[in-house]
Write a protein that binds this ligand. Structure first.
Ligand code: MN
Length: 288
């Protein structure tokens, strides 16, 4: 059976801007490439915000060389970027942004959510791009909740929402540059599911609710990320209490990763070039 390489948590959240109390459970500096193509996972919340007229979030900042995937479970995030695109993503919605050659964007609570306040829970995942796609034209895919299919697990053990990739013939709407699966899993109390990614594929699991027992041995609990080895067959999950988890699986990108702040490239020289391009305004700017 697949070995568990590590279970990663972050005891205390830190703030990204003034809108995102995140726990960084995966980072390009901490897992030695074992999570490739996944670079970073910031789990924001669950938290409650009081009503405000202020703008809470992160102002204009760049990204280059990878994709950001923002999954909203509660609350609302408003996004605007230098391609002129923008939008609001609410519960169940996903935004898949390709920073590629370089983008500038801002991420705030939507004015309506800020005014109303309440529960906030968001995942931001960074997915690497292989060298041949790091210069991709910046873009984003707005994946509305209604476009994300949900499969029922064998025996009614739970449900699985397919954001990217496929599960048992059910295909998710996200277009990806390299093969990967991104699934929102819900498992009933005491119920089981088996994950069987191809040998050689990365597998990781972020627990959002409950406790999940893996291969009858170790457990991961709320806000912990379990990272598995790439060989050894399937993984059996069993829920203690009703459980919810985000499952990440994918083909690793076998290239050097040099990550510096909002830029992820293959070499230090490319990072220097990215910083220069951003300073020179070549990623564009937010209009209005
Ligand atoms: Mn960003």
């Amino acid at each position: 059976m697949r070995q568990i390489l590590g279970i990663y948590g972050a005891p205390r959240p830190h703030w990204v801007g003034d809108g995102f109390p995140v726990r960084t459970v995966l980072s390009p500096h901490d897992q030695g490439g074992h999570a490739s193509p996944f670079l970073l996972l910031d789990y924001a919340g669950p938290a409650r915000f009081t009503p405000t007229t202020a703008r809470r979030g992160v102002g204009a900042h760049p990204h280059k060389g990878f994709e950001t995937v923002t999954i909203v479970y509660a609350g609302e995030v408003e996004h605007r970027d230098s391609t002129g695109a923008g939008g609001i993503i609410g519960p169940g919605d996903v935004q898949w942004m390709t920073a590629g050659a370089g983008i500038v964007h801002e991420e705030f609570h939507s004015p309506a959510f800020a005014a109303r306040g309440g529960a906030f829970e968001v995942v931001q995942l960074w997915v690497n791009l292989p060298a041949r796609h790091k210069g991709a034209v910046p873009a984003y895919q707005s994946l509305a909740a209604a476009s994300i299919p949900e499969a029922v697990l064998p025996g009614g053990a739970g449900t699985l929402r397919v954001i990217a990739g496929a599960w048992d013939g059910v295909r998710g709407p996200a277009r990806t540059f390299t093969p990967m699966d991104l699934w929102d899993l819900r498992l009933g109390q005491g119920r089981e599911a088996t994950l069987a990614p191809a040998e050689g594929q990365t597998l990781a699991l972020l627990v959002r609710r409950g406790v999940i027992e893996m291969n009858g041995r170790e457990t991961a609990r709320e806000a912990e990320l379990a990272l598995f080895g790439r060989e050894g067959g399937p993984v059996t999950l069993r829920a203690r209490g009703d459980a919810a988890a985000l499952v990440l699986a994918g083909e690793p990108i076998a290239e050097p990763v040099v990550a510096h702040g909002p830029f992820v490239m293959n070499t230090a020289e490319e990072i220097d070039a990215a910083m220069r391009e951003y300073r020179e305004g070549r990623f564009g700017a937010l209009v209005g």
